[in-house]
Structure formats: structure tokens, C-alpha cells
Design a protein around this ligand. Structure first.
Ligand code: SAM
Ligand code: CA
Length: 238
């Protein structure tokens, strides 16, 4: 018989304790409001062997809210994959908004492209097939780009998160938002090293180092949110 009991509540947070609660949140408040093209792209992405890399739809909903409340128009996306968070951003920002999106994997982006086209938002996207670092550095060569972005979403290679942070701290305006995905790295950040499988150890250490560094960074206010695989939301204040 299935063992159903109330989830344990630690420090007022229940979400990480129960799969049923996540299902409840998704089915009650996320899926019914998810745009049709996003839903279709999410289903298409699920067929991909690396489909687990797609952004969590509840985290996506939070991101859309951040974009709206901050009136974001000009954004950066590092790590596109099939484009769930990219399409979501494109659907959320105004018609004359712009997203500079970077990923060396064009093939994955092309899976999402028909959905982006169908949603009528391709004109807002500048996809650059490249690792992000040289693109961000190139943007910084033009002083006009400094402080000109409203929002950035970082969802790519962990080893460069701090490098991305240093760049977006100059590219995003004071008061702008930067969200870093996968802050919990599958929950491994709270596990002892020996309990973590070999393939997750390197990124666990990188996540621990990044999370600690950002929590000490006076240039930003942060909200460390237990949604999806953990999102650290920063507001640039200096
Ligand atoms: N945001 C995506 C979504 O909503 O589905 C998921 C991104 S996926 C977790 C990570 C992506 O980062 C992969 O598509 C990978 O190709 C990309 N990536 C890896 N190294 C990168 C780099 N140096 N610069 C930019 N993107 C990179
Ligand atoms: Ca992610």
C-alpha cells in the first residue's frame, strides 16, 4: 500500500518534501496558464534524450512574473537548449523587446524554433551560436551596452557562472534582475560528498562555491528560491 502521510515541515518550507505538492502546484496554477506553444515545446523537449535539461515550468512562471514586474524589455539568456525559457521570455517582453540568447548548440535551438515562429515572437530573438563568454565580452567592448539590459537568465555551464556574473553585473542596469538556475544541483549541495554520484560531484562543488560567493556579493540583493532545481534571483544594486 502507498505510504501517504503529511510532509514534514522544516522552517516553514514544504515544497521540497513532497512530489504530490509539486504536482498540485503545476496542475493547479502553472499548466492551466501555460501558453499553448510553450506547452507544445515542453512536450517536444520531453522526447529529447537530454529533455531533463529544459527549464522547470513553475520556475518559468516565476521568471515571467519577474520579467513583467520589472518591465523588462532587453534581456540576455545564457543557455538556450530547446528554448523553453527563451520562448517564455519572448512571449512575456513587449513586442519591441529584444533577447540576446547564446548557446553553442544550434541543433537544440532548432528543435524549439518552429514553436517560436508559430508563437510569432522570433523577431524579438537574436540567437548567437556560440559559448556565451566571448559574446558577453564582445558586448562589453561597446560602452553603450553597459547597464543597458533589464534582465538576464543564466542556465548553462556551471564552471563559468562567476564569469557570467562579472559580465552581467556590468551589462544589466542597476535595479535590473539576474536569475541563476540550478542552484541546488539536484539537491546535492546539501549532501555529503560521499553520498553524491561521481558524475554530479564537480558541478556540486561549483554550485557550492558559486552560491557562497553570490551570497557575499554586495553588488546584489538576492532571493534564494526553492523552485525547480533552485533559482537564485539577484537584483543589481551597485
Ligand atoms: N534554459 C534552457 C531551457 O529553458 O530549456 C535550458 C538550458 S540547458 C540546462 C543548458 C544549456 O547550456 C545547453 O543547451 C548547453 O548547450 C548550454 N551551454 C553549455 N555551455 C555553454 C556555454 N559556454 N555558453 C552558453 N551556453 C552553454
Ligand atoms: Ca536549468
Amino acid at each position: 500500500m502507498e505510504n501517504i502521510s503529511e510532509p514534514k515541515v522544516f522552517a516553514n518550507t514544504v515544497i521540497l518534501q513532497s512530489e504530490g505538492l509539486l504536482k498540485y502546484i503545476l496542475e493547479t496554477g502553472v499548466y492551466p496558464r501555460e501558453a499553448e506553444t510553450l506547452k507544445e515545446l515542453r512536450n517536444e523537449t520531453a522526447k529529447h534524450p537530454m529533455g531533463f535539461m529544459g527549464a522547470a515550468p513553475d520556475a518559468g512562471q516565476l521568471m515571467a512574473m519577474l520579467l513583467k514586474v520589472s518591465n523588462a524589455k532587453k534581456t540576455i539568456e545564457v543557455g538556450v537548449f530547446t528554448g523553453y525559457s527563451l520562448l517564455l521570455t519572448a512571449l512575456t517582453i513587449p513586442d519591441d523587446g529584444k533577447i540576446i540568447a547564446m548557446d553553442p548548440n544550434r541543433k537544440a535551438y532548432e528543435i524549439g524554433l518552429p514553436f517560436i515562429k508559430r508563437a510569432g515572437v522570433e523577431h524579438k530573438i537574436d540567437f548567437i551560436e556560440s559559448p556565451a563568454l566571448p559574446v558577453l565580452d564582445k558586448l562589453l567592448e561597446d560602452a553603450g551596452n553597459e547597464g543597458s539590459f533589464d534582465f538576464a537568465f543564466i542556465d548553462a555551464d556551471k564552471k563559468n557562472y562567476w564569469n557570467y556574473h562579472e559580465r552581467v553585473m556590468r551589462l544589466v542596469k542597476i535595479g535590473g534582475i539576474v536569475a541563476y538556475d540550478n542552484a541546488l544541483w539536484g539537491g546535492t549541495v546539501a549532501l555529503p560528498e560521499k553520498a553524491v554520484s561521481k558524475d554530479k560531484q564537480e558541478w556540486r562543488l561549483l554550485s557550492l562555491a558559486f552560491n557562497e560567493a553570490i551570497s557575499k556579493d554586495c553588488r546584489v540583493e538576492i532571493a534564494f528560491v526553492s523552485i525547480g532545481d533552485g533559482v537564485i534571483i539577484c537584483r543589481r544594486i551597485a
